[in-house]
Write a protein that binds this ligand. Structure first.
Ligand code: PLP
Length: 419
């Protein structure tokens, strides 16, 4: 499949786009969303994913089915929370957030491409870094460098980020996630640095993460279709716009996805963009849903490439934002109504669901549950008044020692630290 950059470079093969991450002109790789894969609902997510992705990998030196089977070793079940809303639980992977799907798929793809020694440089708002570290941990030929904003991730997230060791190095940056993301982007425009370290990206700017994220939306939409609810509307907690974009891409590829509601936290760049048609990046604000503390969502460049007309976009997508107080309240109301603990990000989605219902939206809704609540226990436990047990894999990581070095938020500091 041919891929081009949002800024014009290319075309390149999908394999090359996966290996490079960011295009050489600083743009993001995209491809025509006009394939109509004959997606069939499998008994596992891996089976459904293979039928979705195989057509995109025709002519590539990678076997999509093999990648799906290796990466998707856990499912994304639907948990009903009332008569017509379900949570799509995306946190059953090794680091308990949806980032595991993309990170594991990307790792499987890159390790099959026979690359020269590669350093995966990743900026994380909390969950990506751990997912990428877990996916590449002890993989021969790969090194991982993680940048996270010091003090802006939960204690368990921070512990997890520094708990890998071996081929993974973790830096806590004195700045925001946007600073971390800017440092990564700057690193990629420095040809000498890229060549020296064999730099590759694993942020949601990488197609290798977006493609597999379409799979669980495809699977869930087909399950809902089987239950007579097609097309089904989705609510997606959104920061950098990778997860929600994957949902929209699945829709364009012909899956029975209806309207997509983006739920942001107080970083309301996307709701404001949809309202005004003008994109105004801002400094990110720290919120309880920290993995969505993004003031300049990088995937917006892809969204605007594929949906050039804002009016057309508005017919398919809405966006609303949720403040910390509503996040807390929604964690509490959801717990009392259903005995389901939800993380602060998922709570943004459920809060938007509540608003849609109040406005008369009656069709079934699927809300992406993006992380396990145990990753945010300091927020969730005081609200629900009970302990949230970490899933087994997370518990194992939390028992290991954790190391992160401080780093100034500049490209010079990063260069120095990488050696
Ligand atoms: C990364 C993340 C998000 C935001 O996803 P994007 O793809 O950046 O929009 C939401 N919730 C959790 C738990 C995350 O880790």
């Amino acid at each position: 499949m041919d891929c081009v950059s949002t800024r014009g470079a290319g075309p390149v093969s999908l394999a090359k786009a996966l290996a490079e991450g960011l295009a050489s002109d600083g743009g993001l790789y995209v491809f025509p969303l006009d394939a109509r894969p004959a997606v069939t609902l499998g008994t596992t997510l891996a089976e459904t994913a293979a039928t979705l992705l195989e057509p995109l990998f025709i002519g590539e030196p990678l076997d999509a089915r093999e990648l799906c089977e290796a990466a998707f070793t856990f499912d994304a079940p639907l948990l009903p929370i009332d008569e017509d809303s379900s949570l799509l639980e995306l946190f059953h992977g090794p680091t308990a957030a949806f980032k595991d799907f993309g990170a594991r798929f990307l790792a499987e793809a890159l390790s099959r491409l026979g690359l020269p020694p590669t350093t995966i440089l990743v900026a994380t708002s909390g969950d990506t870094g751990a997912a990428v570290a877990a996916a590449f941990h002890r993989r021969p030929g790969f090194r991982v460098v993680i940048l996270y904003p010091d003090g802006r991730v939960s204690a368990r997230q921070a512990h997890q980020l520094g708990a890998f060791g071996d081929n993974v190095r973790t830096f806590k940056v004195r700045g925001s996630f946007d600073d971390c993301q800017r440092m990564v982007k700057e690193a990629f425009t420095d040809r000498a640095l890229v060549d020296k370290h064999g730099l590759s990206s694993a942020n949601s700017i990488s197609l290798g993460r977006l493609l597999p994220q379409m799979a669980y939306y495809a699977h869930a939409a087909l399950v809902m279709q089987q239950r007579g609810a097609a097309p089904v509307d989705f609510v997606v907690p959104t920061g950098n716009l990778g997860n929600a974009l994957a949902c929209l891409m699945a829709k364009r590829l012909g899956l029975p996805v209806g309207h997509v509601f983006l739920a942001t936290n107080a970083n309301r760049v996307l709701p404001d963009f949809l309202a005004s048609g003008a994109y105004e990046p801002r400094h990110s604000l720290a919120t309880l849903a920290n993995a969505m503390d993004v003031g300049a969502p990088s995937n917006l460049e892809r969204l605007r490439y594929w949906w050039r007309d804002v009016d057309e976009l508005r017919r398919e997508v809405s966006a609303d934002w949720v403040d910390d107080e509503s996040i807390r309240r929604t964690i509490g109301t959801t717990w009392r109504a259903t005995r389901t603990a939800i993380c602060p990000h998922t709570a943004c989605g459920v809060a938007v669901r509540d608003r849609m219902r109040a406005k008369g939206h009656a069709r079934p809704l699927v809300i992406a549950a993006t992380a396990h609540p145990a990753k945010f226990e300091t927020v969730v436990e005081p609200i629900i008044g009970e302990a949230v047990e970490p899933p087994e894999a997370l518990a194992r990581l939390l028992k290991r020692p954790s190391v992160a070095k401080p780093l100034e938020p500049t490209i010079e500091a990063l260069k120095g630290a990488m050696g």
